[in-house]
Design a protein around this ligand. Structure first.
Ligand code: HEC
Length: 136
């Protein structure tokens, strides 16, 4: 009985070991979440970001012409008006659909020149926000 169990377990460990090795290789080939880890909305938002927003917004904490998206979701944002707001999905959506509505303190009112109000559809804004939410 004991012998049979051991012989059955050995191949199991071999297979499990290979699976773990394969998973480790997969994750080390990319330093950020791969697209397959993102929801369909977030993946579409990432594509839109890469095409339209990347020039002014980083996702690695670097400040460009605009604030970074890293850690933005849920953070407290100081506005030029002196108010502060929580960057929840409502704020993020508004910032995308109407770029001049709230201006972040320390930044210029330039986003609208590239992304005029209304140029991003409701659906696209939802996808971008889903992507920004993954960058916490
Ligand atoms: C020409 C540069 C430029 C482009 C392109 C641009 N933005 Fe911006 N964006 C800014 C600047 C500058 C600010 C900060 C001033 C302000 O609030 O308008 C900003 C602010 C924001 C904010 C608020 C950030 C915060 O810290 O509260 C969001 C969200 C945002 N942009 C999303 C986007 C998205 C999504 C796109 C692409 C569809 C985009 N931006 C394209 C320049 C740009």
């Amino acid at each position: 009985m004991g012998m049979i169990t051991a012989r059955r377990i050995a191949p199991f460990f071999l297979v499990a070991g290979l699976a773990i090795t394969a998973a480790a290789c997969g994750s080390s080939s990319s330093d950020s979440a791969s697209d397959t880890d993102l929801s369909a909305d977030a993946a579409a938002g990432k594509t839109y970001y890469t095409e339209h927003c990347q020039g002014c917004h980083s996702v690695d904490g670097t400040s460009k012409a605009g604030p970074t998206f890293k850690g933005l979701s849920g953070s407290t944002v100081q506005l030029a008006s002196g108010q502060s707001v929580t960057a929840d999905d409502v704020y993020l959506t508004k910032s995308i659909e109407d770029p001049s509505a709230d201006i972040v303190k320390g930044y210029q009112k330039i986003m609208e020149s590239a992304i005029p109000a209304g140029s991003v559809s409701e659906q696209q804004a939802k996808q971008i926000v889903a992507y920004i939410d993954t960058l916490k």
